[in-house]
Design a protein around this ligand. Structure first.
Ligand SMILES: C[S@@+](CC[C@H](N)C(=O)[O-])C[C@H]1O[C@@H](n2cnc3c(N)ncnc32)[C@H](O)[C@@H]1O
Length: 377
């Protein structure tokens, strides 16, 4: 029997959040955390593409943005990447900065839960502080930028549904249980009253039979990230998600957004291959905005990745032949095709969103650089 299935059987019944925690982050069996010697989960040889693994344009554009921010502020920045994986983004970003690194970045911090990935990141990127948790490293001690690509959508979620009980509609939870040696969903009462309160806070009323996810971990984790930044900083969150009214819209999201990925294919039954496939559910961007507002931070509305890139200088990082209108060499064509993935107003360029939040001088500098286009978008 698969080790995760045995663990669920041992526990009797687990919430979807507990199942995701096991399937993704169990030290020996978890999809992200178990040791890997070959390809990592994200990238062409893995199970899914993320923006940093799809094209170097994102990392190069961020390098350009950081350079302009440091120039405007008149001092180098601390950069922290959260959920940094194997360091593909950081590696390309630092390479793009080259000798300018000292002028632009005072410190580089990479936070990643998986030890094998931290080790690879450390080997790939020079002079980077690595940590399992942002709380394990000292605060930035000056202007800082935090970047997170597909961190929040990889956090465990509870799965809920609106059930009919006689004449009543009752909010129930979907649990995971072993039956006949395999994992199955079973309905039960809410495991935590905070789940009902969460939906109420967001003004969400599910329809009968609708399924949805509730991620209780987002707010406390995001609050810790903001606290680490202190009184000034810029946070760029890149993720799949929507505001609550779209995320829980019964007409378009009747079965929620929980899916897996394996071999670049969607796995609709996330119980089928525990520990062997990625599991993800969209982010409720309202959570991130609410925490930021409570703590005195400002937020811009989430915008499509392609638009963010276009407005922060991505076209400067396309092969020069593109701007010159010259014939493309085969390697330029491949680079352009990869860039199209993250820039195009369909696919990743539209589905992935960038949420910018900030406070103090760094936020002022970002707004000055990004304004008017980002503010007006
Ligand atoms: C979907 S992958 C994204 C990797 C990379 N950012 C990218 O975009 O290619 C999510 C990563 O976040 C890491 N992760 C999940 N929860 C974390 C946490 N609380 N702190 C740090 N890393 C975390 C996982 O181990 C995994 O490497």
């Amino acid at each position: 029997m698969n080790g995760i299935v045995s663990e669920v059987q041992r526990r009797g019944r687990v919430t979807c959040a507990e199942y995701m925690e096991l399937a993704l982050y169990h030290p020996e069996l978890g999809y992200y955390t178990r040791f890997r010697s070959g390809c990592g989960p994200a990238g062409g040889g893995g199970d899914f593409l993320t923006a940093p693994t799809a094209s170097p344009v994102l990392a190069r554009t961020l390098a350009g943005l950081l350079t302009r921010l440091a120039e405007l502020l008149g001092e180098p920045l601390c950069l922290a990447e959260l959920g940094a994986g194997e360091g593909l983004l950081l590696g390309t970003l630092l390479e793009a900065l080259g000798e300018a690194r000292e002028r632009v970045l005072r410190r580089v911090v990479a936070v990643e839960r998986a030890e094998w990935a931290r080790q690879r990141l450390f080997e790939r990127c020079h002079s980077v502080e690595t940590a399992q948790d942002l709380g394990d490293v000292p605060g930035p001690g000056g202007p800082a930028v935090v970047f997170a690509s597909e961190l929040y959508d990889a956090l465990p979620v509870h799965r809920v549904t609106l059930l009919r009980k006689g004449d009543l509609l009752v909010l129930g939870e979907l649990y995971v249980e072993v039956r006949g040696g395999a994992l199955h969903w079973v309905e039960g009462p809410l495991s935590d009253p905070a789940i009902g309160a969460y939906l109420e806070t967001h003004g969400v009323s599910l329809w009968e039979g609708q399924q949805a996810e509730v991620r209780l971990l987002t707010r406390p984790l995001h609050a810790r990230h903001l606290a680490w930044l202190g009184l000034q900083g810029l946070l760029l969150v890149l993720d799949y998600g929507h505001p609550a009214n779209r995320l829980y819209d019964p007409r378009s999201r009747r079965l929620g957004t929980l899916v897996g990925y394996r071999g670049h294919r969607v796995v609709y039954d996330v119980l089928r291959e525990p520990g062997e496939c990625d599991i993800t559910a969209h982010v409720n961007f309202d959570d991130l905005v609410a925490v930021a507002t409570e703590k005195g931070w400002e937020s811009e509305p989430p915008q499509p990745l392609g638009l963010f890139l276009a407005q922060t200088g991505a076209f400067e990082h396309l092969p020069p032949a593109v701007a010159l209108g010259e014939p493309l060499a085969p390697e330029d064509w491949a680079e352009l095709a990869a860039a199209k993935r993250v820039l195009s107003p369909s696919g990743m360029g539209a589905d992935l969103k960038v949420l910018a939040q900030g406070r103090g001088r760094v936020w002022g500098a970002y707004r000055a650089l990004a304004t008017p286009p980002l503010a007006d978008a």
